[in-house]
Design a protein around this ligand. Sequence first.
Ligand code: C2O
Ligand code: CU
Length: 447
Amino acid sequence: MRSAYLHHETPTKPSSEVIIDLEARPSNWEVAPGRTVAAWTYNGQVPGPTIEAEVGDTVVVRLTNSLDEPTTIHWHGIRLPAAMDGTQVVQPLVQPGEMFEYRFTVPDAGTFWYHSHHNETVQMERGLYGALVVRDAGEVKVDRERLLMLDDMKLRRNGDFAKFGSWIEEHTGREGDVRLVNGKSEPTLDVAAGQVERWRVINASSARYVLLSIGGQEFFIVGTGGGLIEERVPVREVLLVPGDRADIVVGPFVEGAELFVNAMPYNRHTGKPKVERFATVRVGARRESVAVIPDRMRSIEPLAAPDATPNRVVTMSERLSLRRGTDFMINGEMHHNDKPVMVGELQIWDVVNASHMDHPFHLHGFFFQVLNVNGVAPAYRAWQDTVNVPPKGRVRIAWMPDDRPGFWMYHCHILEHHAGGMMANFAVVRPGEELMANGMTAHSWHA
Ligand code: C2O
Ligand code: CU
């Protein structure tokens, strides 16, 4: 994952096909020396292979299912046609022994990822995820680029996965104490002193919120889930909720230093937060830097005024259930069917959290801009597909349904909450084609 990233000057090559075979299969995966888990993998590795493409390329993924249960793949953050989105509403489950071909063009540069979209609480926890990196000509110039895919696994002492689906786990989401970066438990990252690196950080955890710190040092946010932001933002911490990504520029570091990449305490109202380590940065001998981060990286036009009037309210809530412990709901219903959305009609949604804990809201297939959180405009403008909604809070988002009709989905990205009902399907329809969409019945919505 190192030097191939370094010198991507100005790719002018014509768009091409990026073809990759992914086999979902059980495989023993070593998370630490001598510690192997019975993982489910793409091509025998956790994470699965990193797919790299340039804007305009066509990505072709031939998925073979060698698991004992059905699966699908969702391309998190990619603005693709509905039919390629990987949900059960748009494709049949890929049964054991079957193949399915995903084919779509990647229109945006950024840090994306792919993951199973069936029985996710088990399939993703066991390792069925990977990164999808899309580049274009306007990238920042750094000395080195790295991908950090964060995850946690809940294992027993003997290395097996702890039993799935306890009452508490279904309520708060599954967190494990084996913290992984790129499939390895608390690795050491060797960095050269004096260098500036771009880290593409992806939170692939089932439920863990990661308030990322690098030894308390300052670093810069340069991108979010929807690619670069306008200007870099200096911070000492960045919050990555499940499903989310942050592109950060780190360094230069001082020779001989050792810093911890930690998740700082973040209270999502499910228990007492503490400092937890993901990795160690070890700074070696000094090297010259050629990095150039322009003052202005991109322009992002605002979709709407910060106080624009919402045309839809999406309420996330929970209630006690005798059957399951907790029901998770959208607009008062588990596995909700929301109203259709019209192509070309600006959407202003108030996403309301009526519950007592945080929920990461994820919209499939489209980027949104956050207009305000509890009435307060965000510190910088960005394209996103995932946003945290604080307890008893309200996040106003704006998004534009472009001409990609079909069935789409939004949900809480805490996998147990999604499975427990905090999700909705809805149609994007072309004007004049409403009846067709309404006439379609939702089969197998649930999952
Ligand atoms: Cu990464 Cu339906 O989600
Ligand atoms: Cu949730």
